[in-house]
Each structure stands twice: as C-alpha cells, then as structure tokens.
Unconditional design. Sequence first.
Length: 574
Amino acid sequence: MGGKSKKKANTAESWKEQGNTAFNINDLNRAIEYYTKGLELEPNHSILLSNRSAAFLLKHKYEEALSDASESISLNPNYVKAYHRKAKSLLEMGRFEEAMAVILVALKLDDKNADLLELRVELEEEIKKNNVLPPEHPERAKFDNLIKWLLDGGAKFPKLQMRYYSLDYRGVHSTSFISKDEMILFVPKSHIITLEMAKASPIGAKMVEAGLDLLSPKHCFLTTYILQERRKPDSFWWPYLNILPEKLRSFPIFYTPEEKEWLKGSPFLDQVNEKIDDIKEDYNTICNAVPEYSQFPIDEFSRIRMTVSSRIFGMQIDDIKTDGFVPLADMLNHRRPRQTSWNYDQEKGGFIIDALESINRGEEVLDSYGKKCNSRFLLNYGFINRNNDANEYPFKVKLHEDDEHLNMKRSLMNCSSQTFRLQVELNETVFSEFLGTLRFIELDDVSIVPQLLQDCQDEKGHFKAAKIHPLSVQNEKKVLGKFHEMVKEGISKYQTTIEEDEEILKGELTENQRNCTLMRHGEKVILKFFDEMIQNVLKMFDMPLKEIKKVVKGCKYEEYINSSVLVLKKQQQF
C-alpha cells in the first residue's frame, strides 16, 4: 500500500551544515539566514553563534559579529574560534587594546593557534601605527582635549581617528570599515564658528559699522574672531584653537628668502607676493578704522588669515549662506575625485560628512578641494597635487603701444591688457578667449571692425574680443607668432630646464624645495606643450590642404587645427 513519505524536519545541526555550505560559496545572506534558523531551534548553540559571527564579519556588520562571538564565548569559554572572531570584530571597530586582551586570553587556551598568533601580530602593528602620539607627546593632550570637547558637545564620529604626521600636517583615518553612503561625521551647530558670530564679536561689530572696503572680507572677519578668542583664557573654543597649526611653514607666503629662490623665474612667485601685499592692505585698512586692532601683530594676523582660507566651509545655516570653521571636518586632506560629500543638515542641526564610496579600516578619509591648479593648492593650502591635470600658466596679452589703432582697440576692450590662465587642454573656453583677444590685438584690417562689433557681442550688447573666430591666415600667423614670443619669454626666465628639474626631484629635498621644483616643473610642461604646438601649426599653413588632413587626425591639438588652420586654408582656395 503506497503513501507520501514524510519530509525530515531540520535540526539545529542540519541548519548549521546548510549555513556552512552557503558560507563556503560566499552566499553570506543565506548563511546568516540558515544559522539564524538553527539558533531559533537551539538558542544556546555556541558554534552556530560563532559561525554567524564569522558571516557578519564578512558583511562588515561588526556590532552583530561582536555580539554573537561574545555570547558564544559565554556559553563555551573554551571555544577558541569564537575568541578569534570577537577579537577580529573589535579590531575592525578600531578597539585595538580590547581586541588584544581577547587574543591574550585565547592564547592561554591554545598558545600554538596559527590564526590567533597571526591576528596578534596584526594587532601589534595596528596599535603601533595608530598610537602615533604617545602619552608624553606635547600634541597628545591637544588631540585628546579636542575629541572630548566634540563628544561632550554631541558630535559623532565613531569610525574616525585623527593622525599626526608633522607639526603642520595632520589627517583623518578610518578605525573601522565605512560603507558607501554612511554618515561618518556629525558636528553640531554649537561647535561651528560662523561668519555671523565673527561679525557680532566686539571688534567685528566695529568693522561692520565702519563699512570697510576689504579685499577678502569674510576671511578678515573670521580671522578677527579667532584673534579675539585666542586672547581669552576661558574661551569655549580653546580645544579647537589649540590644535590649529602654528607655523604654516609649507605656505609660500611664509617661505624664507632662500626658499623663494627656488621659485625664481616662476610667475607663481608674483602670486605669492601679491597675496602678501593683499593681506597687508586688509590689515592696514582694519587698523586705520579700528585702532585697537593694532594689538594683533601683522605676522599673527597673516598666519590666522591663511588658516582661515585653507580651512573654512561654505554652507547654509537657518536659511543664511555663511562660511565657517567645522572642527575635525577641516582635517580631511584632499583627493580628486571626491571620496566624501558634506553639507549642513538643517533637520539634524549640524554639519555632516557622508562617504561616497566604501573605505577600508585604516585608510585615510579624504575630501575634495575641487579641480584647481597647483598654484592655488600651494598658495592657499601649502601642498602640491602631483599629476595635476588642472595646472595652468598665466599668459598676459597687451595692446601694442605703437599701434595706430590703439585708442580704438583700448576703448572696445575696455582695458589695455588681460591675463589668461591656460591649461594643456585646448577645449577649455579660456583658450578660445585667449586666441580671440590676440586676434583683435594683432588686427591690421580695421575695416572689419563694424562687422566684428555686430558678431561679437555678449547678452548685454557689449563687444567681446574673446568671441572673435579666425580672421585670416595672415592674422592667425601673427597671433601664433605673438603667442610663441610669450612662451619663449616664459621659458627663458627659469634658471633650470625641465630635464634638470626632473633630476633635482630624484635627490634629497625639503618639502618646500620639492614643492617649488614641482611647481615650476608643472609650468614648464605647459610652456613646452605650447612651444611644440605653435611650431607644428605654423608649418601647417605652408602645407597643402590634403597633407594637413593626413597628419591632423589624433593630434593633441586636432580641434584647433580643424577650427582654425583648415578653415582658413579652405577660405584661401576660394
């Protein structure tokens, strides 16, 4: 007599085996599901708890992994694997000393266990690496005070740790795996110094009342606030103020005369000197309007002023656009493309940073300062970004004083000279604007000016020389000739060649010497590119049209040749 056979019921052991099978093929979600089903049948199964802990570890769910491993140990104090998983969970959470304590207990149970011994070595390296500042280090107390002050105020950053690299250089690292889209930092409004606070301060209010015409108003107001707070022994902000770098020796405006020699011939040196002059001008403007400001020495004002420009964030708080200091957030160093994003969250009542990608334990956590030329990075932040695809060289175009049409051209341009910062990227709008302006400056046939006035207007009807397209072969040759003069003049000012810089960079250099060499080397790369480009393009004007079309494809400046040389050559044929 036939009948249906009964399906055998699962047991805790069978769920464990099914979970192990799923675990071994890296199907972690299913493994956790099966281990959980086994625990529903047998809650005190120490091996199921330990195995689920291992699956949680690989899912980066360290709190859950720690909980399961701890419970497994409480049920079976002699189960060594659970100790390993507990220690590994603590390690991944950045709780290194606690993890080491667990390992030492486990080694008493099995002092030959290879996994435990390997994990102990890893922990020893982590403890050494992360305890950058020993208790006796003069900076250690500053770090500890800042962390306590932030935490007491309600800040949250459970997976972040400050690292000390040098007196002027710090960074932030992850102490545990950070998932994509995870919020990694929260700083409450109460611990953010804003522009509005600076304007409301005693001296800030007098500056507002005086209606000062400052070159960098927001920077000056925030500098003023810091200067005042630094003179209050009981300032609420001391834990933060005390950790701000003192010297800023990597910032070019504080270079010694000997260090500035390394920038000789570089137009960047002009930017450095202009920055120094601008800071002095703002300082004197404030002192003249608010006499008590002279209590702050110019050198201190300059240091804090550069600290401000290198650290503040632009944000919107309570529907007001403002700028301000955000402690700890301002310690994230630069990387592009960006790894994190930040903003002020009105609902949460504070500044937050989210991860845009997963970050492994121990990695530096980075922010993007944007796409900038190394001249801006070095001037305003004190570092060089190697292999920077946004480097620029400034080319100044000027009207010819002996041009018989000088007054007309000056009137239409509304200036006698303009500076264009060019990259090795000819698709940038600035390159077209540079060439258009040069075409107008080198224009001999003024009979076409009425047509240019009509064709080259902005939305307000103003004449824009930058909108001028190629005019004639003769004009374009003059433009390239003038451009070549500027390139050769730039090259001639340096004391070293691009090849000599490359040899210098292989040697022993201070940080500032290396940055100066990298700065001028980057400028020379741009000059070399344009030097070769101009010579090659000028030759093309004497080549047959068919020959140009053969060599242009894939050329670095193909777009310029197509839009200028080929267009003009075709016009010649008609």
